[in-house]
Design a protein around this ligand. Structure first.
Ligand SMILES: NC(=O)c1ccc[n+]([C@@H]2O[C@H](COP(=O)([O-])OP(=O)(O)OC[C@H]3O[C@@H](n4cnc5c(N)ncnc54)[C@H](O)[C@@H]3O)[C@@H](O)[C@H]2O)c1
Length: 310
C-alpha cells in the first residue's frame, strides 16, 4: 500500500515506519522534526521511503500528500499532558484540527488508522474493566483533543482507531516521559522513585506490539473498520506500586517510596479489557518483563548527562 504517516519520526513512528517498509509498503513520512530527532536515518536507504519536512496543519502541503495515499496514519501531535499545557492553541490545532482537516481532505475510499490515548477512561467506575463502550471523559487538553480527533476519524467510512495503553520499550526516538520508561530509567540511574497516587492502576503495552496492532489492522481492515480497539496487555493492569515491584525483580537495589507530591491531571485509575482486539486474532508478544530487560539494555546506552561530568 501507499501509506502516509504524519508524525512518523516520533516515538511510535520510528518503530512503525521501518516495520511497514519491511512489509513492502511505500511509506511517506510528513514530520516537522519538532525534537530535531534523527530517528528515521536508517530508513533513508529504502527506495520505498519518502520524507517531507513540514507541518501537518498546512492544508496546501497536506492535500497532495493525502491524495496519493491508500492509507493515512495520523501520529503527529503534541503528546502528553505537560507539553500540551505549555501551548493549548498548538495542541488543539495539531492534535484535533489537523486530523479533522485530514478527514475532510481524504476521499471515502481512503483508509485511516489512528492511535489515541485511553487515558479518558480514568474517571470510569472503579474496579470495573473499561471496554470500548465505556465513555471516554478526559479532563486534560491532551486527552480532550485526542478524543475529539477520534470522533472525527470514526465518523468517516474506512477508519479505525487504537486506544493505546501507556506504551513502553526502546525506539530510535526515545521517550523518557512515559511511565514504564521513566521508572526503569530512574531505577537504573537514580536507584529510587518517589511515587504519588501509587495505588492508581493503568494498562501498558510494548511499542513493538503497537506496531503489530497497526499491521494487524491493515491485514484485517475490512472486518475491523468502523470501531475503536483497546490495545494493552491483559496481565498488566497494574498500579504504579505493582509496576515498581516488577521493576525491582530486575533491579533489586531499586527503592520506591510513596508521597503526596502530585495528582494525575486525567485522574487515571482504571483497568482495561482488550477482549475486542483479541477477538480479531491479535495477541501481544511483549510482556512487561521482556520490555524491562530491553529497557535496561537501552539505558545502559542512554544517559541524560549533558551538564555533568559522569
Ligand atoms: N506513546 C504513547 O504512550 C501513546 C499512547 C496513546 C496514543 N499515542 C499517540 O500516538 C501518536 C504518536 O505519539 P508518540 O509517542 O510517538 O509521540 P512523539 O512526540 O514521539 O511523536 C509525535 C511526532 O509528531 C511530530 N509533530 C509534532 N507536531 C507536528 C506538526 N505540527 N506537524 C508535523 N509533525 C509534527 C513530532 O516531530 C514527532 O515526530 C500521538 O498521536 C499520540 O497521541 C501515544
Amino acid at each position: 500500500m501507499k501509506i502516509l504517516i504524519t508524525g512518523g519520526a516520533g516515538y511510535l513512528g520510528s518503530i512503525l515506519t521501518p516495520t511497514l517498509l519491511a512489509q513492502g509498503h511505500e511509506v511517506t513520512v510528513l514530520d516537522n522534526f519538532y525534537f530535531n530527532q534523527n530517528s528515521l536515518m536508517d530508513c533513508c536507504g529504502n527506495e520505498k521511503f519518502s520524507v517531507v519536512r513540514g507541518d501537518c496543519r498546512e492544508e496546501s502541503l497536506m492535500k497532495p500528500l493525502i491524495a496519493k495515499a491508500d492509507l493515512i496514519i495520523p501520529l503527529a501531535a503534541l503528546v502528553g499532558v505537560p507539553i500540551c499545557n505549555t501551548d493549548s492553541l498548538a495542541t488543539t490545532s495539531t492534535n484535533q484540527a489537523a486530523v479533522e482537516m485530514l478527514c475532510r481532505l481524504a476521499s471515502k475510499q481512503q483508509w485511516v488508522i489512528m492511535p489515541v490515548t485511553n487515558s479518558g477512561y480514568g474517571v470510569g467506575e472503579k474496579g470495573k474493566f473499561c471496554t470500548e463502550e465505556t465513555p471516554l471523559r478526559p479532563l486534560s487538553t491532551y486527552g480532550v483533543t485526542k478524543v475529539k480527533a477520534e470522533e472525527a476519524v470514526l465518523s468517516r467510512e474506512n477508519s479505525l482507531s487504537f486506544r493505546l495503553a501507556t506504551v513502553f520499550g526502546c525506539a530510535p526516538r526515545m521517550r523518557l516521559d512515559l511511565l514504564v520508561n521513566d521508572f526503569v530509567y530512574r531505577a537504573m540511574h537514580d536507584r529510587a522513585v518517589l511515587i504519588f497516587e501509587g495505588h492508581f492502576k493503568r494498562n501498558y503495552v510494548h511499542i513493538r506490539d503497537v506496531a503489530r496492532a497497526f499491521t494487524h489492522g491493515i491485514a484485517n481492515f475490512e472486518t475491523m473498520k468502523g470501531k475503536p480497539y483497546n490495545v494493552g496487555l491483559d496481565d498488566a493492569n497494574l498500579s504504579k506500586l505493582e509496576l515498581c515491584a516488577v521493576i525491582q525483580k530486575h533491579l533489586p537495589k531499586f527503592v520506591y517510596v510513596e508521597a503526596p507530591i502530585g495528582e494525575d491531571p486525567d485522574k487515571r485509575d482504571y483497568i482495561v479489557s482488550n477482549a475486542r482486539i483479541a477477538g480479531t486474532g491479535f495477541k501481544p508478544e511483549w510482556s512487561l518483563d521482556r520490555g524491562i530487560v530491553e529497557l535496561m539494555k537501552g539505558f545502559t546506552i542512554l544517559r541524560n548527562t549533558i551538564y555533568s561530568n559522569v
